[in-house]
Design a protein around this ligand. Structure first.
Ligand code: AHM
Ligand code: MG
Length: 328
């Protein structure tokens, strides 16, 4: 955890300054990871602008074919993928990009030292209805020789090997929350200045809470232990809150305490969420904030990935609540 005194002095710092001041925390401090985080922040500002005018696109664009800058209109999740890919390619620190939007990984710069896994815009069912959505990212050190071809050891790394992870929440305000393994810090975007400012230093997830987030509509096909845990939540008069946007549900639970569950179901026998670019990042952040993340049996960060788009059941949130759910 970052020492309180150091953080205390930094409230209101811009993200850039905060990254610079804390650069010495990185194991391989040579400035590239800092620059990579800045690239992500920059791309997120562009995506934020587009998310904010999502409802206007049909009004302002000439009948759905092209937008105002002459590009073909794209769905926002595809557009976000383009924005992040472009920013990371220009930045040059990333050799391979794994994205929810692409079947295979993308080679960005052979000399890049980092691998990134990203869900550019998560919560797709909420994009068109003005409900919070998010970007999720995980950053790994490349393992193979710099300059050579990408190897599977570079792209299929366990969550415990992340060197940084974070998310951007496009909500009632836009926030960027990230960790480099030294605690979790949250930054709020100030629209008129175009800057992220440190607003939530050294975030800690409450040990326990009273909120459970799960899509109960699918409960007929939940595993028996999950059904029993849900009954326990009701008997304990917990409150149900489910936005259906992972980042938003996670962020609320991070601040207020709670548990988010996406178990295996009849439709998604291995769960719905993707290990590499949805679960690993949030698992890293939750552990750094004092919470827990498991697949119901083992720690998410210990899962050996076999596939870029692998799915996993996901139980994440306040430590005591995840432990309780697991005990069922
Ligand atoms: P997506 O990557 O297609 O957007 O799906 C991920 C989303 C999560 O944000 C959310 O928690 C979950 O899917 C909701 O799924 P469901 O509608 O099945 O409850
Ligand atoms: Mg997603």
């Amino acid at each position: 955890m970052v020492e309180a005194s150091r953080i205390g002095q930094s409230i209101g710092f811009t993200l850039d300054r905060f990254i610079k001041n804390n650069q010495d925390q990185f194991q391989y401090a040579s400035g590239e990871l800092s620059q990579l985080l800045r690239d992500i922040a920059l791309a997120s500002k562009v995506v934020n602008r587009e998310v904010n005018k999502a409802g206007l696109i049909d009004i302002m664009g000439p009948l759905g074919s092209q937008n105002m800058t002459g590009e073909d209109q794209q769905k926002l999740d595809v557009l976000a993928n383009i924005r992040f890919t472009r920013a990371l390619k220009k930045g040059g620190e990333v050799c391979a990009l794994i994205s929810e939007e692409s079947e295979s990984y993308e080679d960005l710069n052979n000399n890049g030292k980092y691998v990134i896994a990203i869900d550019p815009l998560d919560g797709s069912s909420n994009i068109d209805v003005n409900v919070s959505i998010g970007t999720i990212f995980s950053i790994y050190r490349r393992k193979s020789k710099i300059g050579g071809p990408i190897q599977s050891e570079d792209i299929l790394q366990k969550g415990s090997e992340q060197v940084a992870a974070g998310y951007i929440l496009y909500g009632s305000s836009t926030m960027l929350v990230y960790t480099t393994g030294h605690g979790v810090n949250g930054f709020t975007f100030e629209q008129s200045l175009g800057e992220y400012f440190l607003s939530h230093p050294d975030m800690e997830m409450p040990e326990t809470g009273k909120v459970y987030s799960i899509n109960e509509g699918a409960s007929n096909s939940f595993p028996e232990p999950v059904k029993k845990y849900l009954q326990f939540c009701k008997d304990s008069t917990y409150t149900a809150r489910y936005i259906g946007s992972l980042v938003a549900d996670f962020h609320r639970n991070l601040l207020k305490g709670g548990i988010y569950i996406y178990p295996s179901t009849a439709k998604d026998t291995k769960g719905k969420l993707r290990l590499m670019y949805e679960c690993n990042a949030l698992a890293f952040i939750s552990e750094q904030a004092g919470g827990l993340a498991t697949d119901g049996e083992q720690r998410i960060l210990d899962i050996e990935p076999q596939d870029l788009h692998q799915r996993t059941p996901f139980y994440v949130g306040s430590r005591q609540m995840v432990e309780k759910a697991q005990s069922f």
